[in-house]
Write a protein that binds this ligand. Structure first.
Ligand code: A2P
Length: 278
């Protein structure tokens, strides 16, 4: 099935599907985000990513109701925040997120961070298994998980996360983790696919963009799409929102993909999962 703008759908190991491109909403204010969601839906976006800690679930919900697209054609992700980890706490946190979103289910519910010093992510994962069983989410996954965190959850429950959402862009390519995901049947979702904007003056990406008559952002996003990732660029600007979904009528060559592969420098713009201070 093709979505508007020919966004491909990705099959998850649990049998559900999701669009390969969605809108990231981190750092978009609750008061502003409904209009941004509506503008993205008009540009062809059908997937929207929020989280408890973004404090914009109510606004995202207003945008989803106002965008004129039926619920079953939308894909909505939210995440349990670190303070709500633990079995009972997570069940309650999901209900509160659903209430704020004004939805009776989300499509994907994620553990936002492993928060290894709290060491509650395995119990939290058990809660996500129950949330899926009870229909409050269609799919379950994690975010910012490393090999050891994935393996502990899988060993404890036998349930493999459908998705691991991680920081991933040409300066932080995550080849090892992507390979592990492939072995385990986990879909890789790339957050900060533009390095929060830091990639936009990369000379190699800029040169490829110039030759192609595209923007640097489009080259970075297209590279991630061609790796098979789900990508969720954030923008609050209608013309950049439209630009970021206009990726499906060109293909980077093997040579261009190799030039971008050589840009990896393990440079995070966000927190390291092992040392994040929350
Ligand atoms: P804005 O919201 O004003 O468009 P990431 O998704 O990697 O976190 O990057 C988000 C940052 O990149 C935001 O600052 C966003 O600003 C900016 N951005 C998003 N899309 C584009 C684009 N197509 N061109 C330039 N900057 C962009």
């Amino acid at each position: 099935m093709m979505l508007p703008h020919d966004v491909p759908t990705i099959l998850l190991a649990d049998g559900a599907t999701m669009p390969q491109l969605g809108l990231g909403t981190w750092q978009i204010d609750d008061a502003e985000v409904a209009d941004v969601v509506i503008s993205a839906a008009q540009a062809g976006y059908r997937a929207f990513d929020t989280a408890r800690v973004y404090r914009n679930e109510r606004g995202v919900g207003r945008g989803l109701r106002g965008c004129g697209i039926e619920r079953d054609r939308l894909h909505v992700t939210t995440k349990v925040w670190n303070d709500d980890q633990g079995y009972e706490e997570t069940l309650a946190a999901c209900d509160r997120s659903l209430e704020r979103l004004g939805l009776d289910y989300v499509d994907l519910y994620l553990i936002h961070w492993p928060a290894p010093t709290k060491d509650r992510y395995v119990d939290t994962w058990r809660a996500l298994v129950e949330l899926k069983r009870s229909g409050r989410t269609r799919s379950i996954g994690v975010s910012n998980f490393l090999r050891e965190h994935l393996e502990r959850c899988i060993d404890a429950t036998g349930v493999v996360p459908a998705v691991n959402q991680i920081e991933l862009h040409p300066h932080l390519q995550q080849a090892e983790l992507r390979q592990l995901h492939e072995q385990l049947g986990i879909v890789t979702q790339a957050y900060s696919p533009l390095g929060q904007g830091a990639l936009l003056d990369d000379p190699v990406l800029t040169q490829i963009a110039r030759e192609r008559g595209r923007t640097t952002a489009q080259v970075a996003l297209r590279w991630s799409i061609q790796l098979g990732n789900v990508v969720i660029p954030k923008s609050s600007n209608p013309s950049r929102i439209a630009q970021n979904i206009d990726l499906f009528d060109f293909e980077l060559s093997e040579d261009e993909m190799a030039q971008i592969r050589a840009l990896d420098r393990s440079a995070r713009v966000g927190w390291d999962p092992l040392t994040a201070p929350f």
